[in-house]
Design a protein around this ligand. Structure first.
Ligand code: SF4
Length: 469
């Protein structure tokens, strides 16, 4: 049985409402355990001896269907797996897909360092946060264990990102592990041929390991064997074939694995899955075609059910869609993405600058903000608290009202007579029907802007500054 409601969880808690967890009640804490915003260990009383049995039961009953694994250490450590559902709308997906970009041991040292820096420095600002990538996958291409270990050493000196050590040669993996054994790297991979040696490495060095086979029965059998040996941090690679019928088969294997883990409760195979979109480079000789198809595969296996991807292309046209689709899939559908309500400056507004209203739906807010700043329009931009709902829906649903708009300026201590020379407010075109109400409630002059922020520059040319009444 898995616990799915706060009431079920509450029965296992101390029920004293002592608030040591930072929540006012045990029931509130229970709901945070369900949505995973708190951990059981955040409740100090349950860690005491008299609650030990309940603590252990709760741990089992709250454990995700798909085993959760941590790769790396410290602030860059990355958790993968940990999902309970097949479809995002059923709850939310946890632990976003890890994106690992490759380097290889035959690269000249300068190129190696430059590529690692490119990987770790990649970032894209998007709706209030930076989208980044997670890991460096070091591939042994030379066939030389010492050369591989030297490359791994250089990479680990250059970045704190978690590492994936890629070789089918146990001697090469061992040489690399000797260099970075304290960094909890992921080793790739155990196969039908080398699994005995690789299992010993995983056991001795206590590191997570990828099992590779495109035959699901063999993969399951390997997972069982490793589990019986006491190795529980496993990742399954069922093979990623980049084209045609084999791609269809690959896709089906991913779905079978995840259904078996979640729907059919097959614990023996309920592990995170690895996809290797990099394999596109094995079939496409042209770099643009390979990058393009790698990105298609990455998108496909982010959606269904890749928990970690090994990638090659560092071209922005490949990386941007990869980080964006991951962000979209792993955004919690239960919580609209919001910005803090308030009145913000865009550029360097003066008393003659316009005051523009939008909502605190992050996507809307940052789109408007970006359209204004990229067109060098200095202004005040008010984000009204609509619970993260966009303009049109918020007007229809009553979240964007004249009273809310007035409230936003009041809470921000924004006095029009002090801050502006015009006492004028610009509403989005999609909120035009609020014009009369806002004028009545605020006493301001209200102008109606365009229906989308991309047209604000053209609108400004025709309408700003406002003509005297
Ligand atoms: S610390 Fe534990 S016992 Fe205290 S309120 Fe929180 S959940 Fe309840």
């Amino acid at each position: 049985m898995k616990l799915n409601s706060p009431l079920q969880v509450y029965k296992y808690l101390p029920q004293t409402n002592c608030a040591e967890c930072g929540e006012a009640t045990c029931m509130a804490f229970a709901s945070h355990l369900i949505d995973r915003s708190k951990k059981i260990d955040d409740c100090p009383p349950i860690l005491k001896e008299n609650f030990k049995k309940k603590y252990l039961e709760l741990q089992t009953l709250l454990a995700p269907e798909i085993h959760e694994i941590t790769i790396g250490t410290g602030e860059h450590a990355k958790r993968i797996g940990g999902d309970d559902i097949l479809y995002r709308h059923q709850l939310t997906f946890f632990d976003p897909t890890a994106l690992a970009y490759d380097v290889w041991d035959t690269m000249p040292e300068n190129d190696l360092v430059e590529r690692v820096n490119k990987i770790q420095n990649f970032r894209k600002f998007y709706v209030g946060k930076f989208l980044k990538v997670d890991m460096v996958a070091v591939r042994c291409v030379s066939g030389d264990a010492l050369k591989f270990a030297a490359a791994v050493r250089k990479v680990s000196e250059t970045t704190k990102l978690p590492l994936v050590l890629c070789s089918f040669d146990p001697a090469a993996i061992k040489a690399a592990l000797d260099v970075v054994k304290d960094k909890n790297p992921l080793i790739y991979a155990a196969t039908e041929k080398n699994w005995i040696e690789v299992s010993e490495l995983a056991l001795n060095y206590k590191v997570p390991v990828v099992l590779y086979s495109s035959d699901l029965d063999k993969l399951k059998s390997m997972a069982l064997t490793f589990r019986e040996m006491g190795i529980k941090d496993l990742i399954l690679d069922p093979g990623t074939y980049p084209q045609g019928k084999q791609l269809k088969d690959t896709f089906e294997r991913f779905i079978k694995l995840r259904r078996a883990g979640i729907k059919e409760g097959q614990k023996d195979i309920a592990y995170p899955i690895m996809a290797v979109p990099l394999n596109a480079w094995l079939v496409f000789k042209d770099a643009v075609a390979a990058s393009y198809w790698e990105t298609v595969l990455a998108s496909m296996f982010t959606v269904r059910y890749g928990d970690i991807l090994i990638l090659h292309s560092l071209e922005p046209y490949a990386m941007l869609p990869e980080v964006h689709i991951r962000d979209t899939i792993y955004t919690d559908p239960r919580t609209p993405v919001k910005v803090a309500p308030g009145v913000n400056e865009v550029g360097s507004p003066t008393k003659d600058s316009p005051v523009i209203v939008t909502t605190n739906f992050a996507l809307t807010y940052y789109t408007v903000e970006s359209d204004l700043s990229s067109n060098k329009i200095n202004c005040y931009l008010a984000a009204v608290d609509t619970d993260g709902i966009g303009v049109e829906a918020a007007v229809a649903g009553g979240q964007l009202t004249a009273a809310k708009i007035k409230d936003t300026f009041q809470k921000a201590n924004f006095e029009f007579k002090d801050k502006t020379s015009h006492s004028t407010l610009i509403l989005p075109g999609l909120a035009a029907r609020l014009q009369g109400d806002v004028e009545d409630v605020t006493g301001l002059r209200v102008m109606i802007g365009p229906p989308d922020s991309g047209r604000i520059p053209g609108w400004m040319e025709k309408n700003w500054p406002p003509k005297p009444k």
